[in-house]
Ligand binder design. Sequence first.
Ligand code: NAP
Length: 251
Amino acid sequence: MTAPRLLILGGTTEGAELAERAVERFAGRLDVITSLAGRTQQPRPLPGRVRIGGFGGAEGLSHYLRTEAIAMLVDATHPFAAHISSNARRACARAGVPRLILQRAAWTAQPGDRWIEVADAIEAKNRVREFGQRAFLALGSGELAVFRSLRNVPLVVRVADAPARPPLAGAEIVVSRGPFDEREELRLLRKHRVAIVVSRNSGGDGAYGKIAAARRLGLPVIMISRPAPEPGNTVTSVDAALDWIAERLGA
Ligand code: NAP
């Protein structure tokens, strides 16, 4: 008899940790497949099977769930990856596949933080324009594109992979892949004479260094709030996701 199949929608630290621990804990009882969008040039190796690339919307994903006989799905995608999470909700409903959302908790402001909370990248860009001083952007490509219309404000942009062409004309580009700790971030903010940090409220530890460093330097942070979460059963830890899988396996 073949083992039931788990599909993890990944691309995050939590998704990778879940794949690693699920393969180990449910060895021989679960077939683990991780799906990646294919944005990263060299994704970290994962145990279990890995498939790469889009499914073709909710319909494509629902077709995949049926043809691959997926028994359960964990949506461990990034809190700002809204399309795939919406597709996952609709596809699972259509295919009758149980779905769990694994999403790390959002950051909350600490004493000493100077956050300016904004709803989206457009509002963040408007705030940077008003501020008018050197801004550090640690954002996804979707949010970065919004800053293209910003003129006359010096920008420092960090990207994970060397881009084929500059993501923003005239910006200083830093190519570096996280996680980043507070010390490294302090060095970077000082070196580039950053006056304001623009961040998404991603949560987790790997991207928190710049928030702690900004607090230490007394810099304001324009914090972009998360998109509205998808409805559905949600956990914030890999342990809780493993328990959900165990329950479904009757293990
Ligand atoms: P998105 O806007 O929600 O997704 C755009 C499209 O990419 C989806 O409609 C889907 O294409 C495909 N896709 C996304 N995640 C996929 C996955 N895990 N497996 C297969 N196809 C996937 O997402 P995004 O913001 O571009 O992020 C893409 C991936 O990078 C996500 O998996 C996310 O976990 C990871 N990531 C994103 C961020 C971020 O800043 N947003 C940060 C870290 C990691 P089809 O409609 O064709 O299926």
